[in-house]
Structure formats: structure tokens, C-alpha cells
Design a protein around this ligand. Sequence first.
Ligand code: PEP
Length: 254
Amino acid sequence: MTDTPRRPLVAGNWKMHPPDRATAVSLARDVAAATRGLEVDIVLCPPAVWLDAIGAALDGTPIRVGAQNLHAQDSGAFTGEISAPMLLGVADHVIVGHSERRRLFGETDADVAAKVGAAIEHGIVPIVAVGESAEERRAGQTEAVITRQLVAALSGVDELDGSALVVAYEPVWAIGTGDAASGDDAQAGAALIRALLAGRDPGAAAAVRVLYGGSVAPDLASTYFGQPDIDGALVGGASLDAEAFAAIVRAAAG
Ligand code: PEP
């Protein structure tokens, strides 16, 4: 949709892995060593309790650290929650609206919008995840779901800034299933996302990185990175293996 060059970005969502801090630190170090010199932005999203340790392990490397979630309020009586101001200094990205948060923890479109607003207000780049479930896909609702989720997620953002926002198209049926989307389907989702962003601000839409996520593995990665509206990947399972993750990053480097 646009010729504006966008630097590739590959983010690793470690979810509730690995089992201990030492393994997490060595995974981060191994990723840094295996991706050294590649012209790709990399964000590692470890469990919150290790954000600090992973940041220290990555000190001196270009790899950024992201959180997997945040609370929309700056502070308050919200037991177990972490706010955007608390993330400052340990994370400069945050995944918002992941389907596991929506499905398992009841996050609504309104919750996602509030979290996106909080992240942007504090200068943390939200990686906003949108995507349809298997049932929605079967019912022909893919475009409607992506549209509803993205429009809602950005409803509190007055001015889009292409460098302050990342969007990930993550079809729910492809996450953790090994049933990755085809390159064409992933591109269709990414193109719709970019068109929706362009409806708000064409300049910002040309700069926003749109990722594909869902069972991305090294052998499939170039299928996605060759697509015009896909600028990288949000990687779950394969991000826990430094060599597999590095192979995906190499594919993104082209
Ligand atoms: C994810 O959790 O965002 C994800 C894409 O997971 P996986 O790569 O394991 O499908």
C-alpha cells in the first residue's frame, strides 16, 4: 500500500516461560549473540518479574525489552497489577490486547483502549494485537473483527504517531497451534489494518509497523516478510529457542 521503508521488527512473547530467571537471562544473551549486526529491531517480552534482569542482560545491545501487559491506571488499589509509570525504565514496549488476555482474562475492547492510551501517554510503544477466532473466521467475520478491535483499541488516541505504535495481526486460530496463516491471509489482515490506520492518518499509517503473529517458525518466516504490508513478526513458541528466533530475525533482515 505504501513505498515508505519501514525497518523490520521481530518481537518475542515469552508468555509465562521460561521456568527460572537464569534460563531467561541466558536465553536473552543467546538471542543477542545470535542476532548481532542484523538490521532488524528486536523486542523481547519476558514475564514482568524478569524485565529488570533481562534489561540488564541486554545492556549494550540494541535489543529492546517489552512487557506483556499493563494496567490502564497509573496507581491504585489493583492487587497484582503493574502500571505504565512502573514500566518506565524497564520496558519501552508493551503487548496490549493479546488474545490470551482477551480470552482467558476477560479483557474487553474498552480495556484494551484504556491500556493503549496509558502506554502511549507514558511513551511506551504498545504492540496492539488484533485477530479473529476460528469461529469468527468460519462465519466470515474476519474483517469485521479486525476492524472492531483496531478501531476500539485506538479510540482514545487523538493523534496517531507511526513510531509510537505497532499493530500485530494475530489470528487466534493460528496462535500456538502450528496452523500458521498463509502468506496471503496474513497479508490481507495486515493490509486491512494499514487501510484502517490510513483512514485516520495516511502519513502515520505508512510508518506504523504491522506484524504477523501465529505459529511463526523459521521455515515459514520469509512467506510473511515478503508481503508488502507485513513488517515483522510477533513470535510466541519459537521465541523460546534462541536459534529459531534468530533464524526468524535473519529472515526479516532479508
Ligand atoms: C503469540 O503468543 O503472540 C504467538 C504468536 O504465539 P505462537 O508464535 O506460539 O503462535
